[in-house]
Write a protein that binds this ligand. Structure first.
Ligand code: UGA
Length: 448
């Protein structure tokens, strides 16, 4: 690919990098994807994504076919693009704080790549990074490696991402907002112009601010969402102990209040995924480093960790002791439409079931392969829901897959040893459940 004045480049082709790059390519923008993982690059060149995400494969294949996307391990190729997005991972250290090694390395590579380039390049930090990182860490590393002045010669901006797994493509095609934390006016104008091209037909609210505020917006967003989940789970746990109370009706009613709103009020087994827990831990650790103890955020995390026990306790209410009982776990992914099991509540629940002496069978439509890598051998993974239910004393529905909504009462009855169901996602219609012993998250009849 020769240097295209409007080309973009992505360094780090994980979830955020690949999904965003693919959507930009689908809008006709030349895109160069860089990653250190050779196998990944080879597969991407054939149009094969490394994870499941609705619509991604089809869109990626089309972009590769039309030669709008190229993939390489050679970081110096980023100099062919005038806007360079950094989308590398920001893993946690053991104390919850953020490890910026990949961000620093990627910045160094980008800096060296553009050192000889006569053109203006804009470097955009899309990875989730602690407030202050773009200015205090990226800027000096980029300046040293490129030997150029940030501002007039090289642009710099923070541009956090808000896409959610399972709806990443949809969310990127029509985001609810764009946040641009610009180092200077030129950086802000360059990025705004790129987004105007991408979203030429729709008007997306755009917040232009400084890099540190933009970085903070990302953490505030995940902190609020996680807080909502832990709040509704707390209400659910209270409802469960009050005969006849039902968290579903409570959530529906309070969601009608425009000050509250209806989203993220679904009680369940606790949040999972690669973001909420990691980002909360990073924010807590950052906040403590500033001598402020963020009590609320620590409580949000604690409620979430404990939620697995609430689910296991429901099965204990049905069975008494779990020792030598067979429990069928339906769903391993941290939510539907993804094969991702990172921080999945199913893992916490299975761990506790095993500690209580239960034997566990499990099934997931997409996450079996990933689950096999982390679950102990004694957890039996089965290829479909019916074989998973076979001989079970109790079934726990852990992920809200549509496939599980379609299971009929007879599917359970004909396979299980006893008709005990724990619905951790509230997906089973209660009218269907004649003859079942049914316990569900946030449902008062579940009280002892
Ligand atoms: C989350 C945010 O929603 C994105 O905006 C953000 O960009 C992303 O993190 C990130 O930082 O990269 P994600 O983790 O993919 O996205 O998934 P969510 O749909 O937010 O779900 C997170 C967890 O909360 C799931 O386990 C889900 O089951 C749970 N959840 C969500 C509930 O238990 N109840 C709800 O009402 C909503």
């Amino acid at each position: 690919m020769r240097r295209e004045s409007d080309a973009v480049s992505f360094v780090g082709l994980g979830y955020v990098g690949l999904c965003t790059a693919t959507v930009m390519a689908s809008k006709g923008i030349k895109t160069i994807g860089v990653d250190v993982d050779e196998k990944r690059i080879e597969e991407l060149g054939k149009g094969h994504p490394p994870f499941h995400e609705p619509q991604l494969e089809q869109m990626l294949k089309a972009a590769v076919r039309k030669k709008r996307m190229e993939f390489t391990t050679d970081a110096s190729r980023v100099a062919q693009a005038n806007t360079i997005f950094l989308t590398v991972g920001t893993p946690s250290r053991d104390d919850g704080s953020m490890d910026l090694a990949y961000v620093k390395k990627a910045t160094q590579n980008v800096g060296s790549a553009i050192a000889e380039s006569p053109s203006y390049h804009l470097v955009v930090i899309k990875s989730t990074v602690i407030p202050g990182t773009t200015i205090d860490v990226v800027r000096p590393v980029l300046e040293a490696a490129s030997e150029k002045l940030i501002g007039p010669e090289v642009g710099l901006a923070s541009n956090p991402e808000f896409l959610a797994e399972g709806s990443a493509i949809k969310g990127t095609l029509q985001p609810d907002k764009i946040v641009i934390g610009a180092f200077d006016t030129k950086s802000g104008a360059t990025l705004t112009k790129l987004y105007r091209r991408i979203y030429s037909k729709i008007n997306i609210p755009t917040i232009v601010t400084d890099p540190t505020t933009a970085e903070t917006i990302k953490y505030a967003s995940n902190a609020f969402l996680a807080t909502r989940v832990s709040t509704i789970n707390t209400i659910a746990n209270i409802c469960q102990r009050v005969p006849n109370a039902d968290v579903e009706t409570v959530a529906k009613a309070i969601g009608l209040d425009p000050r509250i709103g209806r989203l993220y009020l679904k009680a369940g087994p606790g949040y999972g995924g690669s973001c909420f827990h990691k980002d909360l831990q990073a924010l807590i650790s950052f906040s403590r480093s500033l001598n402020y103890d963020p009590l609320l955020l620590a409580a949000v995390e604690k409620v979430n960790q404990r939620q697995a026990s609430e689910i296991v306790n429901l099965s204990k209410k049905l069975l008494g002791s779990l020792d030598n009982r067979r429990i069928a776990v339906l769903g391993l992914a941290f939510k539907k439409d993804t094969d991702d099991i990172r921080e999945a509540p199913s893992l916490r629940v299975i761990d506790e079931l095993l500690k209580n002496g239960a034997s566990v069978s499990a099934y997931d439509p997409m996450a079996l392969e990933n689950a096999r890598r982390v679950l102990p051998e004694k957890v039996e993974l089965l290829p479909d829901a019916i074989s998973c239910l076979k001989g079970a004393d109790c079934c726990i529905v852990m992920t809200e897959w549509d496939e599980f909504r379609r299971l009929r009462p007879n599917d359970y009855k004909s396979s299980m040893r006893a008709p005990n169901i724990v619905d951790a996602r509230r997906i089973i219609k209660r009218g269907d459940l004649n003859g079942f012993n049914y316990m569900a998250i946030g449902l008062g009849t579940s009280s002892p």
